[in-house]
Design a protein around this ligand. Structure first.
Ligand SMILES: [Zn+2]
Length: 70
């Protein structure tokens, strides 16, 4: 499964680090090198566009991260 095919978590379940792109969107590990763009979580709150770009560590992007077993 590719990162793009994997469902993204809801925006309100993300930590600050995840929503700011500093941590893996799936396993919450802080990203260093090799971060992979996981996609954009699209949400709206009234008139506000909350679209958030999220990133994944290489393991999760390859479907081998900690969250892959969930
Ligand atoms: Zn990860």
């Amino acid at each position: 499964m590719t990162a793009a095919a994997r469902p993204l978590p809801k925006l309100d379940t993300l930590t600050w680090d995840q929503s700011s792109g500093r941590a893996c969107v799936w396993c919450k590990k802080l990203l260093t090198t090799g971060a992979v763009h996981a996609g954009t979580i699209r949400e709206r709150m009234g008139a506000h566009n909350l679209d958030t770009e999220v990133w994944a560590c290489p393991l999760c992007a390859a479907g081998e991260g900690a969250a892959a077993d969930v």
